[in-house]
Design a protein around this ligand. Structure first.
Ligand SMILES: N[C@@H](CCC(=O)N[C@@H](CS)C(=O)NCC(=O)O)C(=O)O
Length: 362
């Protein structure tokens, strides 16, 4: 095979992230749906567990994890980078990836499973059994979908937290709309890594899912317009805003991240400290430790302390640690302004890596 293959689906959060980036970067690729046969012969056989998206390169190399897929092409084609070259914008890009990949799962999964359940079974079914009857597709879709539906409680989506999840999402739509009135993309007039990260939750679940997409188009048309532009791979020509500045209109979004997600990361790291104290070197990490308290949109609940979020945080902290003193001073002032001062001294219990497509101690 002479070109890149992306195993992924229109219904998948993280496929949207990879697809938007590949289009923007001008990479030629074929997207193949993860039917049960493809899942077995391509994904489980090569990655070891059922996950999408997976990139297969023309050399037959398999790359899993959207950040690694993006990195693969950034290394291969460094011209027109998706990442800003200036330190604070680079740091904020990774913070926004952490937020998009690991916190926006809450509204995405809530709306999909509490407002679009029957519809999404049909969609999963079309992909899993393209030649089946509608009934066969629904049944096949239910098998695929039930696995994802099973993640809902551990994300902390319960009758007690749902009003908070919805309030937080409505605030996000309002904050992001206010940003889009000033700028077409997160960090300027060009799309970048942060936009690709945020398209993850915002395309497949919040735009494409039936009920939720109609809600977005009605109440936040500027966000719907941004989704359409980013998923199409537009935004290649513009610039990042000059002077390594962060648009003030992003502050309300980052403040929520610090208020809601940071305490969960701190509690997860506390559990990681205990776990790492007795773990064998280079062990694989569990996907989660235990249920911990969290608050969203003013409503409290319990969610799983998920380890992958620490890995995304590590990327952001690496950028922070590598900054020159004067840039770090600017980052400190910025973190102070968004309520993220704790990040200036945040130390992960141990360094993380991915080995054999799994999260592990470095
Ligand atoms: N961190 C991974 C996340 C990939 C992921 O969670 N993909 C979802 C579909 S959008 C999946 O296949 N999940 C299966 C699972 O987590 O067990 C990435 O960025 O690629």
């Amino acid at each position: 095979m002479s070109e890149n293959t992306l195993f992924g689906s229109e219904m998948s959060y993280f496929t949207g992230k990879a697809r938007a980036y590949l289009r923007w970067k001008g990479v030629e690729f074929t997207e193949i749906a993860p039917t049960p046969a493809v899942m077995k012969s391509e994904i489980i056989a090569n990655i070891g567990w059922p996950v999408i998206p997976v990139l297969k390169t023309p050399d037959g190399e398999y790359v899993q994890d959207t950040s690694d897929i993006i990195q693969h092409f950034e290394t291969l084609r460094p011209e027109t980078s998706a990442l800003p070259e200036t330190p604070l914008q680079d740091f904020v890009s990774y913070l926004l990836q952490l937020f998009s990949d690991e916190w926006m799962t809450l509204p995405a999964m809530h709306y999909r499973w509490n407002h679009n359940e029957e519809w999404i079974y049909g969609q999963f079914g079309k992909s899993a059994a393209p030649d089946g009857t509608l009934e066969e597709q629904y049944e096949a879709g239910k098998i695929v979908g039930s696995r994802f539906r099973g993640f809902v409680p551990m994300l902390g989506i319960t009758p007690e937290t749902i009003p908070g999840v919805e309030a937080a999402y409505e605030k996000f739509l309002a904050d992001f709309s206010a940003h889009l009135e000033r700028l077409p993309y997160l960090l300027g007039t060009r799309a970048s890594f942060a936009d690709f990260a945020l398209i993850g939750p915002m395309y497949a679940h919040q735009y494409r899912d039936d009920w939720t997409g109609a809600h977005m188009k009605r109440t936040a048309p500027l966000v719907a317009d941004w989704v359409e532009r980013v998923i199409a791979g537009q935004g290649k020509e513009g610039e990042f805003i000059p002077g390594d500045d962060i648009p003030v209109t992003l502050l309300p979004i980052l403040k929520v991240q610090m208020e809601e997600q940071l305490p969960v990361l701190q509690a997860t790291n506390d559990l990681f400290i205990d776990w790492a104290a007795t773990a064998e070197p280079q062990s694989d990490l569990p996907r989660g430790f235990e249920m911990i308290p969290f608050v969203t949109g003013g409503h409290a609940g319990q969610c799983m302390a998920r380890t992958f979020a620490l890995f995304r945080l590590q990327d952001a902290l690496d950028v922070y640690d590598a900054m020159e003193a004067s840039d770090q001073a600017r980052a400190d002032a910025f973190l102070d302004a968004i309520g993220g001062k704790a990040l200036t001294s945040f130390k992960l219990a141990a360094r993380l890596t991915r080995r054999n497509y799994r999260l592990a101690l470095a």
